[in-house]
Design a binder for this molecule. Sequence first.
Ligand SMILES: *Cc1c(COP(=O)(O)O)cnc(C)c1O
Length: 243
Amino acid sequence: MTEQENMELTERIKSVKERVAQAALRAGKKPEDIILVAASKMNDAERVRAAISAGIKVCGENRVQELLEKYEQHAYDGADLQFIGTLQTNKVKYLIGKVSLIQSVGSVHLGEAIAKEAAKHNVRQDILLEVNIGRETAKSGLLIEELDEAIARLSEKPSLHIRGLMAIPPIADEISKNSSYFTEMHQVFVDILTKKYDNVNMDYLSMGMTNDFETAIECGANMVRIGTAIFGARPYQIVSPKT
Ligand SMILES: *Cc1c(COP(=O)(O)O)cnc(C)c1O
């Protein structure tokens, strides 16, 4: 990384934090109530370390293999590490003991696999339940009407701790469309909170990415997962000029 790149990264982090803080205030919250998760996929260990030096406290990875490689290189030292991507049950074992939170538990089956592995390691794994808020067939996640049953079943597991909900709304052309999904998610979150399930703490509502995190916070998110606005465009996002 060049000195210039390092300066730009530091500037972007500062700017994202300011925007998060402003959105928090608009939502009637304190800036420190919002957890900023840096989605670090496709950024190497050096860049992740630089981000942590520049004030990032939580990193989120969405591929197990990439997480393991960067973990070996001490990319996340000094920060909290979370898993935010699609997870196959046979890869759960690689994450237990490394990540503080698995955000993307979109089925009872996956939750049970995590519970089993966590029990083996004698740990209690924090998880979020992922909701398929747009009811997209191509996307994983629980439908709203499946949540009560999933919570009833997973909250029985002593090695699991449900800490909230996560959602990724459909890719929208207008942010206003997302805002109705975010508002609906917040309503579901509050409904579950009100029901006061044993062994469940509705602490986190994780929604909002680079294009819509301010809207998400205004609608009630207290955890945002931001990649591009922190690290810049990922390699595959840069359209190379025709030669
Ligand atoms: C990449 C990613 C993000 C961040 O996306 P940006 O649009 O780059 O901010 C958030 N959540 C998940 C699950 C991701 O994979």
